[in-house]
Design a binder for this molecule. Structure first.
Ligand code: SF4
Length: 69
């Protein structure tokens, strides 16, 4: 499932390490170096957009950044 980059994103609110954060342009971004793999965001996301990367054991999600031009 694709991330909807929610306004007031529940994954950002629940993340204890600020690994998930909202950028100034509204994209909900993710810093895997801060992630401790607690899976809180997976519980919080209503769209199942987050998953655990089996290689890193950290959360991961689609950034859905579309570049035009
Ligand atoms: S990961 Fe889920 S809760 Fe977080 S911004 Fe994307 S859709 Fe919303």
């Amino acid at each position: 499932m694709r991330c909807n980059h929610c306004k007031d994103a529940p994954c950002v609110d629940i993340c204890p390490t600020e690994a998930l954060f909202t950028r100034e342009d509204g994209i909900v971004d993710f810093d895997k170096d801060r992630c401790i793999g607690c899976k809180s965001c997976m519980q919080a996301c209503p769209y199942d957009a987050l998953y655990i990367d089996p290689e890193t054991s950290t959360a991961a999600k689609c950034n859905y950044i579309v570049r035009i031009g």
